[in-house]
Design a protein around this ligand. Structure first.
Ligand code: ATP
Ligand code: MG
Length: 273
């Protein structure tokens, strides 16, 4: 199907596909973000870990237009951008699955994949009568779902509310892969899932990476993060406590840095090669 792109660990001389500098967001007196830098390189899975309230969701909301930062700068492919709403980021190729899952339960799988991107029938039927190309969307939905290796959803016409939690998450992740997006942002996509469903979503994340889509994955599951991430950004108290890799630091090190019990320098085992 797709050929694997180069792994993206020591990526610092390349232009990030998405980056933030000095991102700040206050909610009244509560500090959501205290001036955070973040870089996402092409073809990598960047995990964001951190305690509850560390600022992970706020960071991705600011990067994806769901919140406007009080200060700081966002660049997409090196160019400065200002997203005022999620649709701005989506139009620029950033597809986001927010923590509170964004699917419409009563709609079918195909309609969910094409939510806010409905395709019209060709010719007059579409341009004048505004008729939706339901058959086409259903066919293409089936194709993107199959491409991502989800075998368990067979009928794209079935309502999403009748799917399992994992299948729903899979639909949300498939959305991210369906439109030639550059970046997919997933805020805790496996939080409510069982082992098998989690495995399915993790495989989809790897599929997205293989297709050249850079992925930001927020997760509280250290095994998930250590299984799929190329680099790990550690959020702490509205800031960033450091960036590590699954090779440089263990899960225990990651948790210690997250909680302030250790620093990036005081832990880990920078292996050669
Ligand atoms: N809309 C809001 N209004 C007020 N405070 C907010 C708002 N959104 C976030 N915060 C605060 O900002 C801080 C960071 O919250 P955020 O949701 O980014 O944390 P998180 O790292 O995603 O946590 P979790 O792991 O629980 O999802 C918290 O103190 C939170 O209470
Ligand atoms: Mg959150």
């Amino acid at each position: 199907m797709s050929t694997s792109t180069a792994p993206a660990s020591a990526a610092d001389d390349r232009t990030p596909v998405l980056s933030g500098r000095g991102l700040r967001k206050h909610f009244g007196r509560v500090v959501g973000l205290a001036g955070v830098d973040i870089d996402l390189y092409p073809g990598e899975v960047l995990a964001i870990i951190g305690d509850n309230g560390a600022g992970k969701s706020t960071l991705v909301k600011v990067l994806t237009g769901a919140l406007v930062p009080d200060a700081g700068e966002i660049r997409l492919d090196g160019r400065k951008v200002e997203f005022r709403r999620p649709q701005d980021a989506r139009d620029a190729g950033i597809e986001t699955v927010y923590q509170t899952l964004a699917v419409a339960p009563a709609l079918d799988v195909a309609s969910n994949l094409y939510l806010a991107r409905e395709e019209r029938r060709p010719g007059v039927l579409g341009s004048v009568l505004r008729m939706l190309d339901k058959k086409g969307m259903r066919e293409r939905a089936g194709q993107s779902v199959r491409e991502l290796g989800i075998q368990t959803i067979q009928d794209m016409g079935v309502a999403v509310e009748s799917l399992s939690g994992g299948q729903r998450q899979a639909v949300a992740v498939a959305r991210a892969g369906a439109f030639g997006s550059k970046v997919a942002v997933l805020d805790e996509p496996t939080a409510a899932l069982g082992v098998k469903e989690t495995g399915m979503v993790l495989r989809m994340i790897e599929q997205l990476r293989e297709r050249g889509i850079a992925v930001i994955l927020i997760s509280h599951s250290m095994p998930d993060v250590w299984a799929v991430a190329d680099r790990i950004h550690i959020s702490r108290l509205g800031g960033c406590a450091g960036v590590i890799t699954p090779q440089s630091h263990s899960m225990t090190d990651g948790v210690a840095i997250m909680t302030g019990a250790a620093s990036v320098e005081s832990s880990g085992h920078e292996r050669e090669g």
